[in-house]
Unconditional design. Structure first.
Length: 165
């Protein structure tokens, strides 16, 4: 399966979840997401990387509308959505990079895939910690809030460090 197909599948999974959650306005959420999918299509087929941010804004916007309609104050799926957005962007960028047709050793491809997996896992962990801290009742105390925030920063730092290697 190509990287472009994987990027579209990840985008589609996040969009499908947003549409499913949007209750009565699923069609509007789908239209916002489909506009982003068109942008993503131009990125993947024509290599126009400048359209990747608008594609992700559309998907993030569709998700935000679904969350607002759902009425949840803290969304437990937010970490998965964040990881999905990151993974989609990285797969799309990698797909565009492959259009250059430069010979790359398997070790480089494996290292890039491992870095992507580490970065996505780190993003998922960091987002989960942030959601957990946000969902914790205020009565838990400042110490737990500070510990959660410090943990999130530490996980992000580890993910960034792993992404550089």
């Amino acid at each position: 399966m190509t990287l472009a197909v994987l990027a579209v599948l990840v985008y589609g999974a996040v969009l499908a979840d947003a549409v499913r959650r949007a209750r009565g306005i699923g069609a509007i959420v789908a239209e916002i997401g489909l506009l982003g999918l068109i942008f993503l299509g131009f990125v993947l087929t024509r290599g126009i990387e400048e359209l990747l941010p608008p594609a992700m804004v559309c998907l993030g916007g569709a998700y935000a509308v679904a969350v607002i309609v759902h009425g949840a104050s803290v969304d437990e799926r937010a970490p998965l959505v964040a990881a999905g957005l990151l993974l989609c962007c990285e797969l799309a960028t990698w797909s565009v990079d492959e259009r250059l047709r430069v010979a790359v050793e398997r070790a480089v491809v494996r290292a890039r895939a491992a870095a992507l997996a580490t970065l996505t896992g780190g993003a998922l962990t960091a987002a989960a910690l942030v959601v957990a801290v946000a969902a914790a009742p205020a009565g838990r105390g400042l110490v737990w809030t500070a510990a959660g925030a410090a943990s999130a920063v530490l996980v992000i730092a580890v993910a960034i460090r792993a992404g550089r290697h």
